[in-house]
Every structure is written in C-alpha cells, then in structure tokens.
Write a protein that binds this ligand. Structure first.
Ligand code: COA
Length: 333
C-alpha cells in the first residue's frame, strides 16, 4: 500500500496589511485589547480588484507544486477547504481547477471551517492509500474580510478573522522509510453548530434573502467566544493525545506543533498543558489573524521557509472550530 507524503508547501497572503491601529479608527477597540485577548497585531485583507479565493489558492498551489518538483498536469485530484467560496455554488475546487488548467480531474470542496484543512488532508491520505490518486493538491483558502462588520457591533469577530491561502501537494510514495502522513483524526459535535456560525442567507427559509437581512446580524458570523475558547482548549489536547497514542508516540517525540491559528491564547494554553517548549510550537497569528482553513498550511509554509520545519521532523497539526469540529494529524516530514 502506498503512503501519503507531503512533498510541497506554499502560501499566498494578500498585500494589504491592516493593523490593530487601523481597526481602532473604525470601531471601539484598541491595539492593547486585541493583542492581549488574541495575540494579533496585524492581518491581511484581499484586494477586490485582484484577489479571489480561487486565484489566491492558485498562487499558493503553484508554490507548493514547484516545491514538490512536479508538473501541474501531474495533479490528479483537488481537495479545497473553504467556508468563504467565491460563489454560493459551484464550489471553489472547480474554480481552482480552471485557474490551474487542469480540466477533467476531480475537485472536491470541504466546508469544515477551521478544521477544514485537516479534514482535506485526511481525504488526500485515504485516496492515496487506496491507490486511487498519486498527486493530490490540498488547499485551504479564505476571504473573510468582505463579510466582517467593521463597527462596534461586529468588533468581537472582526478583529480576529482575515484572508489568505495555503496549499500542499500530497504524493504517493512506496519508499520504505517512515516518512509521510502517519494518521489523521477527525471529530465533530453538531450540538454546538450555532455557537460559531453564519445564519443567513440560509436555504431553509421561505425567502433565502430579504432586504431586511442586509442590516441584520444574521448575515455576519456569530461567535460565542467564551464557549469556543473553553471547548477548544479541551478538544485540542484530546485530539493531539489521540494522534500520539495511535502511533505509540509521546509529546517529547514531537519536533513541531502547528495549531490552527485561532487565537494565540488558545495555542499558548495548549502548549503549556502539553509541556512543549517555545521552539516546538509555531505561531504566526500575530501577522495574519485567523484565516480559518488557510491558517495551518500558511503556518506550515512559513515554518518550512524559516527552517523551523525540516526534513525528518515529526509534525503535529491540530485544529478546532465551527461545528464544532476538531481534528489532528501526525506527519513525518
Ligand atoms: C473572542 C475573545 C477574544 C473574547 O475575549 P473575552 O475575554 O472572552 O471577552 P468577552 O467576550 O468576555 O468580552 C469582554 C469585553 O470586551 C468587549 N469586547 C469585545 N470585543 C472587543 C474588541 N474588539 N475590542 C474591545 N472590546 C471588546 C466586550 O464587549 C466585553 O465588554 P463588557 O465586559 O463591557 O461586556 C475570546 O473569547 C476568544 O478568544 N475566544 C475564542 C475565539 C476563537 O478562537 N475563535 C476562532 C475559532 S476557530
């Protein structure tokens, strides 16, 4: 049976930097509040004249494909994780496929929010192990900023979320070494669906979209921040230990932990509980905010470029978010 190995990583973030001080000008918030509660100093917002979810994904994908040293035409399947697609339908997978000129190959969209990238990785892993595909492109890309409410009412959500894209190439390998995706672990608990969600426009309403909705908070992300925080710190730890146990490994064996960049306080709490040192954890939320499904591949790409993720390293990625969903994966690089 083939193993699935990540052979290329890339990312793209929009050029426009929005600092906490920029947000102070449009809502009742402060750099100190945002830094203290979330760790975020600045984030990137897309350029509506230039960036789309699909073309940002394509830029990240091209970097990952170049690093994998394969031709774009060798990609035989796309898994695209996003909760902010360019269209209500079709999904972003087909748009990325078009951007890359890969007409004919399958393209699957994943809507598991912050856990979306790990859900997507698990699909690539399983298709490769089953022998169905050899080179799967896995992408997480989001444009959150166009839905943020830039005023006092929206401040608790708006200061956190932002835009970006990350991609990896997952390839089949028959090499006898132990490098590759060791396992993936996926969970969900729909009882908490409305604790972090966007209600409208919803398909099960008599009228999906009304004029009144424009001013209603229902079209914006609603987040019960305290509830998310409390569940996240428990589920992160559970799912990391689950992955370690499944592979008969210990926390000490980890070279690097890359958490979904939800909130620096969540990452730091989990780090402390696990007893990981600062150089065993990679965070970049300070620069990019929370980019939902894109945050893990963006962080992986930066960690790789900065030499903090190296060949042979044992990497743990883990995520928690809307659904609630949570997930982890252990990867030997
Ligand atoms: C969102 C979060 C930062 C809020 O921090 P908190 O300490 O729980 O803050 P609270 O929601 O209790 O709000 C505290 C006060 O700050 C205010 N506040 C909220 N957003 C603010 C902002 N951007 N700037 C200034 N004040 C703000 C609140 O209105 C509240 O004021 P009050 O005490 O007068 O009512 C925190 O709950 C959190 O990080 N949750 C997890 C969120 C997350 O990770 N989401 C991503 C999931 S993938």
């Amino acid at each position: 049976m083939s193993k699935a190995r990540i052979t290329g990583i890339g990312h793209y973030v929009p050029e426009r930097i929005v600092t906490n001080f920029d947000l102070e000008k449009v809502m009742d918030t402060s750099d100190a509040w945002i830094k203290e509660r979330t760790g975020i100093s600045e984030r990137r917002y897309f350029d509506p004249d230039k960036d789309t979810v699909a073309n940002m994904a394509a830029r990240a994908a091209n970097a990952a494909i170049a690093q994998a040293e394969i031709e774009t035409r060798q990609i035989d399947f796309i898994v695209f994780a996003t909760i902010t697609p360019d269209y209500f339908f079709p999904g972003s997978g087909v748009l990325l496929q078009r951007e890359l000129g890969l007409e004919g190959i399958g393209a699957l969209d994943i809507r598991n929010a912050c856990s979306g990238f790990i859900y997507a990785i698990s699909i690539a892993e399983q298709y490769i192990k089953a022998g169905t595909y050899k080179n799967v492109l896995v992408v997480g890309a989001e444009i959150q900023s166009s839905a943020l409410e830039m005023n006092d009412r929206g401040r608790s959500v708006s200061v956190i979320f932002a835009d970006g894209a990350g991609a990896v190439v997952v390839q089949a390998t028959d090499q006898e070494d132990n490098r590759g995706i060791l396992s993936t672990h996926l969970h969900a608990d729909g009882r908490f669906a409305e604790e972090l969600y966007v209600k409208d426009p919803g398909s099960s309403r008599k009228l999906r979209l009304t004029k009144e909705m424009i001013d209603d908070p229902g079209i914006r992300a609603h987040m019960n921040g305290n509830m998310v925080f409390k569940h996240a710190i428990v589920r992160f730890q559970e799912v990391i230990y689950e992955a370690l146990k499944a592979n008969k490994l210990k926390v000490d064996d980890l070279d690097l932990f890359i958490p979904h960049q939800a909130n620096l306080r969540i990452s730091q709490y989990v780090q402390k509980q696990l007893g990981l040192s600062d150089d065993q954890v990679f965070n970049n939320i300070m620069k990019y905010g929370n980019t939902t499904a894109a945050s893990i591949p963006i962080a992986m790409s930066e960690a790789w470029t900065e030499g903090k993720l190296k060949p042979g390293d044992l990497l743990c990625i883990a995520a928690f978010g809307s659904g609630f969903t949570w997930a982890s994966s252990l990867i030997k690089f």
